[in-house]
Design a protein around this ligand. Structure first.
Ligand code: ZN
Length: 198
């Protein structure tokens, strides 16, 4: 039985297809949107469409940006010879919030997971290796401490070692299975400072 009008049902369905949003939350959001002034709804929709249309991957580190080179890569004060490898742009922003890291990043957009059928070719490793053809002093592997993150770290270390470039792994002060973005800045800095050579 159709409980709501089909427009509302469609809105709820669309919202509940987003990650982390269950049916209850989707309903709450849908009714909230319907109660909002029309111009605010238009602005919200417009912002989403604009973001989707203009945001792309940074040419160098592959994070999400609206420019060809992201603000980190294009900052002359950043050390281009130190590359921190992270799983996603959220992890990158977690380290950026500490304000203490002076190198640049490489965003893999995922981690190797044999269980989910995600292999080395499915994440941005080729692009990383390409970057290492330039003058690089250190690759800091800051993938999560989950099984996938550790598998990815091991794989990268094997890949990078033959190049002679120093490879380090952030310290395991980061709780196992913990997503980097949920860890506080002090813990992140400790993990970075306590990194060990692989
Ligand atoms: Zn970048």
């Amino acid at each position: 039985m159709e409980y709501y009008s089909s427009q509302i049902s469609q809105l709820i369905e669309q919202l509940s297809s987003l990650p982390g949003i269950g049916t209850k939350t989707a309903q709450r959001l849908a009714f909230h949107i319907i109660d909002m002034p029309k111009d605010r709804v238009e602005k919200l929709a417009d912002t989403m469409v604009k973001a989707r249309n203009t945001i792309r991957y940074c040419r160098q580190c592959l994070t999400l940006t609206d420019r060809e080179l992201c603000p980190v890569c294009s900052n002359p004060k950043r050390n281009q010879k130190v590359i921190m490898v992270v799983e996603n742009p959220r992890d990158m922003s977690a380290y950026e919030k500490t304000g203490k890291y002076e190198g640049v990043y490489h965003v893999l957009h995922g981690a190797i997971s044999p269980m989910l059928g995600i292999g080395p070719g499915d994440i941005r490793l080729k692009e990383l290796m390409h970057r290492l053809e330039k003058d690089v002093d250190e690759v800091i592997i800051a993938t999560n401490s989950s099984l996938e993150g550790e598998t990815t770290a091991m794989y990268i270390s094997k890949l990078v070692k033959p190049t002679g470039i120093k490879v380090t792994r952030i310290a395991s002060g980061v709780p196992v299975g913990g997503d980097l973005e949920y860890i506080d800045e002090v813990t992140l800095l400790r993990a970075l400072e306590g990194r060990v050579e692989l």
